[in-house]
Design a binder for this molecule. Structure first.
Ligand code: ATP
Ligand code: MG
Length: 507
């Protein structure tokens, strides 16, 4: 190209109309509305706002939430002086997802939100913490629990000490069957039928003994009523060995030998120390009152606790074996949902469930795994109906493409951190409204701790730099090079071996 030739350039800017700024409305100056009351004419001039104008505009956006309960996330990337607020009601009412590749800042974002929740005097939130990541979070409003591991079993039940027992009788019918009956066994239908019969009988027996006539009339196999597992096992054993009268003397009963595998499974699970939180909680956990004690501790609001101990309850599931993790996490979720469902509408105290690493227990496909089926159906139900009963979900995952689609599609707030995987980006793109599809191009280039926030709770789709929480989760990031550069002996192998044998996490 010669020097005197002028190159002509044409820039095309694609714009999405997202709202209207009104100078004066009903006596109020600078109002921003998410609706489009007028649309610009074709060929109208376009202006980019910058400098002081931008700062004032962001103030307008930030002020909108001023009169409600404000949840701050951090500051806008566009203007670091303007605080980014969310509407705390809408964020939890219509569920939320926090996604991002590993190390992009999800746990820190969650911790930042939790710290603000914990400051509210009557907060109520449960955090499903799968790796003990949130242990460092402290404060008056935060309590820590862990599902009792093999190392806790001999210490007895102690909700104050933080170890939780979730007795087997809390499992609903489907969950119990998925645990004890092997679907692939040719006798599975017989085993299922007899198991449910025996459990129903055992529950009836328990209610009769305790003289709970009112419950006796209405209960079903799913009712959370304790029962004697020994009785169930011995009844099934008897059927498995039964000889009946035949035409030519004694012959084998209908179920003879068909229940052996069921009995083995029952016995194995009952004595497995890793499952001690289900089967070895001791006498207290098999009493009628236990459900009330457990529920008040876990699901009650801060003010329902003696001495008002705090409404954010972090439950560490790190010692629960991974094959039954979906059953156990969903059991706690169901506890929260059922209590809200059976509560008088005027008395419901909203509860938010923070589901970290959700792909592990709310998977998109159950892959024929019965525990996954149980969990998926509970979380789908909460996603669809939770709003009515005051149960909010915050689904947190590094693999949105592996999280159940029904649950994701019910989430009306999206906090997406850096996402590099194309499949995951695709899922997030589909969660965005059509007009904002282009927004997803930003996903791979976001900085650590930076998020795209879209949804009911934020007035404008925005790019936000999330503020750091004051106490930081164990992000689990190990500095290879730094560690390798030190010259001290580490010497932690013997303790790890010991921990492995005892199945107890070393601290
Ligand atoms: N808001 C932030 N500001 C600055 N640095 C941050 C922020 N959030 C996260 N980081 C940095 O990123 C690291 C990883 O963050 P985090 O543990 O939250 O990741 P994650 O998305 O939860 O990862 P994983 O999926 O593996 O659990 C932190 O240790 C911290 O150094
Ligand atoms: Mg994390």
């Amino acid at each position: 190209m010669g020097e005197d030739e002028v190159s002509s350039e044409e820039n095309i800017v694609r714009i999405s109309l997202i709202g209207t700024h009104i100078d004066l409305k009903d006596g109020k100056r600078n109002v921003f509305r998410r609706t489009l009351e007028t649309v610009p004419e074709i060929e109208a001039n376009c202006f980019a706002i910058g400098g002081d104008h931008l700062t004032s505009f962001m103030r307008v956006i930030a002020n909108v939430a001023e009169d409600g309960q404000r949840l701050t996330l951090g500051s806008y990337t566009l203007d670091e002086n303007a605080d980014a607020y969310l509407d705390g009601n809408k964020f939890f009412q219509r569920h939320a997802v926090v996604v991002g590749s590993t190390g992009s800042g999800k746990s820190w974002t969650t911790a930042h939100i939790l710290e603000q929740v914990a400051e509210l005097p009557n907060a109520n939130a449960l955090v499903f913490d799968l790796h003990g990541e949130y242990t460092p979070l402290v404060g008056d409003g935060i309590r820590h629990f862990h599902i009792a591991g093999p190392g806790d079993l001999d210490k007895g039940t102690n909700l104050d000490g933080g170890s939780i027992y979730l007795p087997y009788w809390l499992l609903d019918y489907e969950a119990m069957i998925s645990m004890f009956v092997d679907r692939s066994d040719q006798n599975a239908p017989n085993q299922t039928m007899l198991m449910s019969r025996a459990v129903t009988e055992a529950k009836k027996e328990f209610l009769k003994k305790g003289d709970h006539k009112d419950v006796l009339g209405n209960f079903t196999i799913d009712s959370p009523v304790p029962f004697d597992l020994d009785r169930v096992i011995s009844e099934i054993r008897q059927l498995n060995e039964e000889m009946v009268d035949g035409t030519r003397g004694k012959k084998q009963g209908d179920y003879f030998g068909k229940l052996s595998r069921l009995i083995d499974r029952l016995e194995n699970k009952r004595t497995d120390r890793r499952l001690g939180f289900l089967f070895q909680g001791g006498k207290d956990t098999n009493e009628y009152k236990w459900l009330e004690i457990l529920s008040s501790t876990l699901i009650g609001g801060a003010q329902d606790q003696p001495e008002s101990k705090g409404g954010v309850k972090i439950i560490d599931f790190s010692e629960v074996p991974s094959d039954i993790l979906p059953l156990i996490v969903s059991l706690v979720a169901r506890l929260a949902f059922s209590l809200q469902q059976w509560m008088a509408p005027g008395k419901r105290h909203p509860v938010a469930l923070f589901c970290d690493e959700a792909h592990l227990y709310i998977p998109d496909r159950s892959e024929g795994n019965a525990a996954n089926d149980v969990s998926i159906s509970i979380f789908e139900r909460i996603a669809k109906e939770g709003r009515k009963y005051g149960v909010g979900l915050v689904v947190i995952s590094q693999r949105p493409s592996e999280v159940n689609r029904t649950v994701l599609s019910q989430c009306n707030n999206l906090v997406s951190m850096r996402l590099t995987n194309a499949e995951d980006q695709g899922v997030v793109r589909r969660l965005l409204p059509d007009s904002l599809g282009g927004f997803s191009d930003l996903l791979p280039i976001l900085d650590t701790g930076e998020a795209l926030v879209v949804g009911d709770a934020s007035l404008l789709p925005s790019r936000i730099r999330i503020a750091k929480p004051s106490s930081r989760p164990n992000s689990g990031t190990v500095d290879f090079w730094d560690k390798w550069s030190t010259s001290e002996a580490v010497g932690s192998i013997p303790a790890a071996v010991d921990g492995w044998r005892k199945q107890t996490q070393q601290t």
